[in-house]
Design a protein. Structure first.
Length: 301
C-alpha cells in the first residue's frame, strides 16, 4: 500500500489481510486513521532495505510506527521485528537499537563472496567476474571497525567500460553517447543513473526539449526538426508522486526502445526486461550500490 486511493486500501483492510506490504508513510496513516485496521494479532514486522528507508527520509515515520504498535494493550503478544539492510552504518544501528530487543544479528563474514541473482552462467561464458573492494564497516555488536575485503560477483556476460572526459564536456559526452546508442540499435533500452532528483529532472528536460535539424535550413523554411534521441525518454525518482513513478515504470517496461533517467530508487527491487545497458553518469560512492546498478542489465532471458 502506498500511492494509491486510500478508500480502496481501507476497503481491503476491512476485509482482512494476511500479509501487508506498505510504504512507511501510508502504513502510519492507516494505523492512526483507519479504525477497521486491526493489528492486535500482528506477528511479524519487517523493515526491508532499512538503509534505503533512512536515506529516503522515513526515519520519523518508522519511529512513529514502532510507537503505535508498541502501545498495544496486550504486551505479551508483541510482534517479532526484523531489520534487513545492505549496510550497517551508524544510522541503521540507531534504528536497530530502537526497534530490536536483544537481537540475533546475521551478517556476511569478511571476504565472503556475494553472488547476484542475475549473475548465473550463460552459454559458454566464464563463471563471472569477481571484483574485490576494501571494506571498513562496523558491524552491530563489534567494538570497532574491522578491515577486510568484500567480493562481488557480476554477470559474466556484462561488458564494462568507461569514458574519460573533462567536467565541462560531461553533458555533451552523455548526449552523444545516448544518441549513438539509440540510433545504432532500434531496440535499445538504456538506464542512466544520477545522484539527485534535480539532476534527473534537468537532464530529462534537456533530452526531451533539445531539437536538431539533420539538414541545413534554406531561406528559413523546411523546419525538419528531430528529437535529439531516436527514442522516448522517461524519468524515475523518489520525489515523484507514486502514480507518476508507476506510470513511468510501466511505460519504460513496455517500450521496445527507450531511455530511463533515474536515481538509485531504481537500483533495487525493480525488474526491467531487455535492458541493453547502464550508464552511471554520476557513479555511486559505495561499491555495493555500483553492483546493484549494473544488476539492472545482463540478465537471463
Amino acid at each position: 500500500m502506498g500511492g494509491e486511493n486510500r478508500s480502496k486500501e481501507k476497503a481491503r483492510l476491512r476485509k482482512g489481510i494476511t500479509i501487508l506490504v506498505a510504504t512507511p508513510g501510508r502504513l502510519l496513516d492507516h494505523l492512526k486513521n483507519t479504525a477497521s485496521f486491526r493489528h492486535d494479532r500482528l506477528r511479524w514486522l519487517v523493515f526491508d532495505e532499512a538503509d534505503r528507508l533512512l536515506d529516503l527520509g522515513f526515519e520519523k515515520d518508522i519511529e512513529s510506527i514502532l510507537e503505535v504498535l508498541g502501545s498495544r494493550d496486550d504486551k505479551n503478544r508483541k510482534p517479532q521485528h526484523v531489520l534487513l539492510s545492505a549496510s550497517l552504518n551508524e544510522r541503521v544501528e540507531e534504528l536497530a537499537a530502537l526497534s530490536l530487543v536483544k537481537p540475533a544479528t546475521v551478517v556476511l563474514e569478511e571476504a565472503k563472496q556475494v553472488e547476484m541473482a542475475s549473475s548465473r552462467k550463460v552459454g559458454n561464458g566464464s563463471a563471472g567476474t569477481q571484483v574485490e573492494f576494501h571494506k571498513n564497516e562496523r558491524n552491530m555488536g563489534d567494538a570497532g571497525p574491522s578491515d577486510g575485503y568484500t567480493e562481488y560477483r557480476i554477470p559474466s556476460q556484462l561488458v564494462q567500460s568507461f569514458l574519460k572526459v573533462p567536467c565541462s564536456l560531461r553533458l555533451v559526452a552523455l548526449l552523444g553517447l545516448l544518441q549513438q546508442k539509440s540510433q545504432r540499435n532500434s531496440s535499445c533500452k538504456l538506464v542512466v543513473f544520477f545522484s539527485t532528483c534535480d539532476a534527473v529532472d534537468f537532464h530529462y528536460t534537456v533530452v526531451n526539449e533539445f531539437r536538431w535539424s539533420p539538414t541545413p535550413w534554406k531561406d528559413g523554411g523546411g523546419k525538419d526538426e528531430r528529437m535529439l534521441l531516436g527514442c522516448e525518454a522517461f524519468r524515475l525518482h523518489g520525489s515523484m508522486a507514486q502514480k507518476d513513478r508507476t506510470e513511468a515504470y510501466n511505460q519504460f517496461g513496455k517500450a521496445s526502445s527507450a531511455i530511463l533517467l533515474c536515481t538509485d530508487v531504481a537500483a533495487r527491487g525493480l525488474d526491467f526486461q531487455n535492458v541493453s545497458g547502464i550508464v552511471q553518469y554520476e557513479p555511486p560512492g559505495d561499491a555495493a550500490e555500483y553492483v546493484h546498478r549494473v544488476g539492472r542489465t545482463a540478465r537471463l532471458g
